[in-house]
Structures are given as C-alpha cells and as structure tokens.
Design a protein around this ligand. Structure first.
Ligand code: SF4
Length: 367
C-alpha cells in the first residue's frame, strides 16, 4: 500500500448515500411540515446508524442506551417514532407510558443478531444447566439487541439488560448478585467485556444453541457463559485491517465498537459504544487520521462533520452497512408521520412488557 492522495481518496469512504433527488427534497419538506404540525406531541428518535438524510429529523440522536433513556423521559409526547430497528422500538414501547404510542417507520427493520436467540432455545439451555447447577446463582444479562421476550426472561430471573455503553457495569452488577452470569446474545461484546474486567479465559465458556453442549464440566467451572451470537456488520472487521491502516497511515488512531472480534479490539487504540466513538472523534486534534470500526453511516456522517480530520472506515472498501438500519428511508418516515396512529405501531403483550421493564429499568439505574 502507498500513502498517496489517490489511495487516501479511495480509502476515505464518505457515504453510502446517493445525492439528494427532487423527490427527497419534497419528502424532507413534508416531514418537516408534519413535525411542525404535531409539535411537542411528537418525538422522533434516530439511531446513529440511520441514513444520513434521516438523522437530522431526530429530536434525539444517539446510541440505544441514550435513546431508550430519552424514550422514558418524553412526558409531553403522545407519539414516539423510532428510526432504528425493531428491538429499539420495542424497548421504547416498554419504557414509555401505556397511553403513549410508539412506531417503527419500516417494520422490516430487524436485527439479525437479536434473531440469533429464541425463547425455546433459552428455555432449553436453562433447563439443561439446571440439571447440574443452582440456577439462583446464575444471573441472566442480555444485550439490548434482543427481543422483548428475552428481556422479560432476564427481568423474571433477577437479571438485567445492558448496552455497549454499560456492559461492564452490568457484569459487575450481576456478580454482586450471583456467582455466574449468562450473557445473551453477542459473544463478542461478552468476550470484550470479560477481557476488560480481567476475567480469565478458562472461566468463560461459549454456549452454541445450534450445537448444544453435552459436557457440563466447562459450564460448572465458568463464571461467564456466552451465547454464540454476533453482528455480521462488526465481525467483518479483522486484525489485518488494523495492521493495514497502521502501515498505510502512520499515527492513525483506530477506534472500534465492542461488537468487533477481540483480536480487532486488542489492536485498536480505543473501544466503545457509538456514543463513545463520536466523543473520541470529537476529542482528536485537527489533522488527526482516524479509522473507525463500526457501521458506515455513522463513520460517513463524522467524516462530513469533521472536515479538519481524515476519517474513514477501518476495512477499506467493504462498506460495513447494516441493511436493516438502512431500510428506513425518507419515504418511510414521511408515510409513518402522515399515517400516525393508523399503522407501523409497535405493541408488546402486557405480561412480557411487565418483566422486560424490570430488566430495562435496572439497566437505566446502572447509568
Ligand atoms: S449493526 Fe449489527 S447489531 Fe446493530 S442492528 Fe445492525 S445487525 Fe443488529
């Protein structure tokens, strides 16, 4: 690799977005009109990974921890529109008042990682462990990226939810209440958190639901049980990507999300949630070169926002796009606002919401 301007130009992927069309301009005008009409009865929450053209319509823009906190605090809002993926809108539904209504502008926006665990698999795993362990000593901890029913399972079994902002606190919380924790569904966030807390490797074990274990011994010994799930966007980054950018751009800072594999995290200068990454970029001095290991829409937005820094995504030209986050278009948002109260509403059954709320409120208390 060479360090010439042409290569830097190629590497600096600034956006997956296409240029605005006249239709986009009209949609933006309509969305703004509808927002103005609804005033403070409407709140739009936008995740960092949303499309560049959707993000400016967020009354609050952030990571899933921040947005769930905001969802719980919107006293005046009658309608909460979540530009994100399904589990986020579900969490907002659980945390806000029963009379408030929550919408997801594109109902097909799911999360493949959240889908890597289902209720039957969790029940089977729990039953198997109960054959040789005292389950009152195992605390279930689930990443926010999970279905409401798994959150409810955690709430009903003395567990907690965490995000990538507060996973360490959640692990410590769990160890104050039990001897072991079972972390769902992201093996990599769990591994990276265990590394940060200095939990030895021989005290962790992976539970693969597609190939359920038969030998109880590693599970008896482990302090941390990790569900075998992953984010296909973040696991695309490799240690070789870090080596390449360091070779090509001496002095480059590498910051990655904790859903990346541990060998990537080990080689990075910093690791943290999307909120952490945005703050990290902000704090670097002008002229800095920063390679980011997270979803492309956030990286592209920061490249635009900080023209005095060279910002690009870590993998080069792979465009680590979360297609589910990308599903929500200006058209979806406009249609959702146009038909507010008639469609795209998110519901969670009362019994699930009640237990899930316990686990989510414990998360908010962790800070
Ligand atoms: S980036 Fe990964 S974890 Fe986040 S919503 Fe997309 S698939 Fe799920």
């Amino acid at each position: 690799m060479t360090n010439d301007a042409a290569t830097l130009e190629e590497t600096t992927v600034t956006s997956c977005a296409r240029p605005a069309t006249p239709e986009d301009v009209a949609l933006k005008g309509r969305i703004q009109e509808l927002k103005d009409q609804w005033g403070n009865k409407l709140v739009i929450l936008a995740h960092h990974y949303q499309r560049k053209e959707v993000v400016p319509f967020g009354d609050f823009v952030g990571d899933s921890y921040y947005l769930s906190k905001m969802a719980a605090q919107q006293d005046d809002a009658e309608h909460i529109v979540f530009c994100g993926v399904h589990f986020m809108a579900e969490s907002a539904r659980i945390l806000c008042r029963p009379d408030q209504r929550v919408y997801l502008p594109n109902l097909r926006a799911g999360c493949p990682m959240a889908d890597m665990v289902n209720d039957d698999q969790v029940d089977d795993a729990w039953d198997w462990l109960a054959e040789f362990m005292d389950m009152s000593k195992i605390i279930p901890v689930s990443y926010m990226n999970s279905a409401a029913s798994l959150k409810a399972f955690c709430g009903a079994n003395g567990g907690v939810i965490c995000t990538s902002s507060n996973a360490e606190k959640a692990f410590k919380w769990a160890f104050e209440r039990g001897e072991k924790l079972f972390f769902f569904p992201d093996e990599h966030l769990g591994t990276n958190t265990a590394n940060q807390l200095g939990i030895p490797r021989d005290e962790r074990v992976i539970f693969d639901p597609l190939n359920p274990p038969e030998d109880p011994e590693p599970f008896k010994k482990a302090k941390v049980l990790l569900w075998k799930g992953y984010c296909h966007v973040h696991t695309n980054f490799t240690a070789a990507h870090v080596d390449q950018v360091r070779e090509q751009y001496p002095g480059v800072k590498v910051v990655v999300h904790p859903e990346c594999k541990e060998e990537v995290v080990d080689k990075a200068d910093a690791v943290g949630s999307t909120a952490f990454i945005t703050q990290y970029v902000d704090e670097q001095p002008p002229g800095s070169i920063i390679a980011i290991g997270t979803e492309i829409n956030l990286t592209a937005r920061m490249a635009d926002e900080y023209p005095d820094k060279t910002i690009f995504e870590l993998s080069g030209q792979n465009c680590p796009l979360c297609v589910n986050m990308f599903r929500t278009t200006l058209g979806d948002l406009a249609e959702c606002l146009e038909d507010l109260g008639k469609k795209n509403e998110i519901f969670v059954p009362d019994n699930i919401a009640r237990d899930a709320r316990k686990a989510l409120e414990r998360m908010l208390e962790l800070g």
